[in-house]
Design a protein around this ligand. Structure first.
Ligand code: CO
Length: 498
């Protein structure tokens, strides 16, 4: 191996290891940390972030990258690692330290202000700090640079290579097709009975059932574990990928679907190739692709009838109160559609309208069409148009999410991109794997996982998300897969033609 490349790879792998360490610190902080240790953890994490930033912006890395970019002898894998590290290096060196410090200071102030404002349902008290935070993000966009729109530079952090204009066109098409489907389902007379999933379900028994599910679908507990966290998440890579869940003793859904969702994320992170460990070839392409994995397993597989044909007897063995419930009734109960104000409580049908609205707010702000004081009005008008609900107060409207207070602008679109990627990939998997859903009914999920391993997981960051989708499915991003899926599934559940 070329000397420059092996020096470079040493640095890359060390950065990868530091990143894993950061993940473990976060995992511990969200699960088992003693309350007294919380202030120390903030200091530890900030020390680690400092070290990572120093190495990522070091002259040595810059020198190696510019030499390697001109080196004609690199193989395909090496070129990908150089390309991706060059992107990280460019972004890290473009943003001055003072700006980062200003953002992190504003973040804690804005988050405190957001918590208070949400409680008091008072957007006005949060607005000045929100304006400041968005102004700082606009500065970040100027530092990082963009070809077309400032928002591109922010979106790129979460969905690399994706352009604002692409999302704009895709989402407006998607929204226009989705709104009438949603209103038809919401207006229909059929009421789905949710009582099968409500009752008394002790946490320890739920845990046993979840472990059975996640193991069966292919999440490795040899290289992972499942713990409790108030806001479930997944962290880690390859041989150490941890998922978290939260339990509701009165309702089976949060834990079951939360666990399948996180296991979907987890199987992606467990699925990179060993030889690429700690390099960008063993990293997720984007948040959107990550979310496509969790949503495919949670919604398409986990909320599907074949899945429950396999798991129903196991559920009944665990909870004898379920003995009188028919599998079809359970299937309906886990697929209820309801109007709601809160994004994180929304079902898969209405969810994307919540998300696209947030993208519209961000996009309007960063294209100079909307000022921060006007956000509530903009939000409430559109919310009513899309979901037919009048927002009663800002806590149930534009103040509900933490994202903007911590400067996570450009993050929201990845949720809906994930939905679109998920159904498009799944349709191709179904074509490639005849009898796929019969396999699910027989408790066999290895066919789908194997397909995802080859086509998605093993690729790491080799391709951008749109490129990967095109290579795998043979077509560009197409929201019709999702719409077809919705119409079929919910047409049957609600007995209506969509
Ligand atoms: Co997720």
């Amino acid at each position: 191996m070329n000397k420059d490349y092996s020096d470079f790879l040493g640095m890359v792998k060390e950065l990868g290891a530091l990143d894993q360490i950061g993940g473990l610190l976060t995992w511990d902080e969200e699960t088992y940390i003693p309350p007294g240790a919380v202030p120390d953890r903030a200091i530890q994490k900030s020390a680690l972030t400092g070290i990572v930033h120093e190495r990522l912006t070091s002259r040595k890395l810059g020198r190696l990258l510019s030499a390697l970019k001109k080196n004609p002898h690199l193989n395909g894998d090496q070129k990908v690692v150089v390309r991706e590290m060059a992107r990280k290096y460019k972004r890290a060196t473009a943003i001055p330290k003072e700006l980062l410090q200003e953002i992190s200071k504003t973040e804690s102030l804005a988050m405190q202000a957001w918590v208070k404002a949400r409680k008091a349902k008072d957007f006005k008290s949060f607005e000045p700090l929100l304006k400041k935070m968005l102004g700082l993000k606009a500065k970040v966009a100027e530092c990082v640079g963009y070809e077309d729109r400032p928002y591109d530079a922010l979106l790129d952090e979460y969905e690399p290579y994706m352009k604002t204009a692409e999302v704009e066109v895709l989402f407006s098409r998607f929204r226009d097709k989705l709104v009438p489907v949603v209103s038809k389902i919401l207006e229909c007379e059929t009421k789905v009975d949710e009582s099968p999933v409500k009752g008394d379900f002790p946490e320890e028994k739920q845990r046993q059932f979840l472990l059975e599910i996640v193991k069966q679908i292919g999440y490795s507990l040899e290289r992972g574990r499942m713990d409790v966290a108030p806001h479930p998440f997944t962290v880690g890579s390859m041989r150490d990928v941890r998922i978290t869940v939260r339990y509701d003793a009165r309702d089976l859904r949060p834990a079951i679907f939360g666990a399948i969702h996180e296991a979907g994320h987890g199987m992606y992170d467990q699925g990179y190739l060993e030889k690429y460990y700690h390099t960008p070839l063993a990293e997720a392409i984007s948040l959107g692709i990550h979310e496509s994995q969790s949503r495919m397993w949670e919604n398409i597989v986990g909320r599907g009838l074949p899945f429950w044909m396999h798991f129903m007897p196991k559920l009944q063995a665990m909870f004898p109160s379920m003995n009188n419930v028919a599998v079809g009734d359970l299937h309906r109960a886990v697929n209820t559609v309801k109007k709601s104000f809160i994004r994180v409580e929304a079902d898969e049908v209405t969810y994307n309208l919540h998300v696209m609205l947030r993208f519209e707010v961000e996009n309007a702000i960063f294209s100079g069409r909307l000022r921060t004081p006007e956000i509530p009005q903009f939000w409430n008008e559109r919310f009513e148009n899309y979901l037919g609900l009048k927002v009663p107060d800002d806590a149930q409207g534009c103040l509900q999410d933490i994202h903007w207070s911590i400067g996570a602008v450009g993050y929201f679109p990845t949720y809906s991109l994930g939905t679109i990627y998920a159904t498009q990939l799944y349709d191709k998997a179904k074509k490639d794997l005849p009898g796929l859903e019969d396999q699910f009914a027989a408790g066999n999920f290895g066919g789908l996982l194997g397909w995802l391993r080859t086509n998605v997981h093993n690729q790491g960051k080799r391709y951008g998300a749109s490129d990967l989708i095109k290579r795998v499915t043979g077509e560009g991003l197409n929201e019709d897969h999702f719409l077809r899926y919705l119409k079929q599934k919910y047409g049957a559940i609600y007995g209506i033609s969509l």
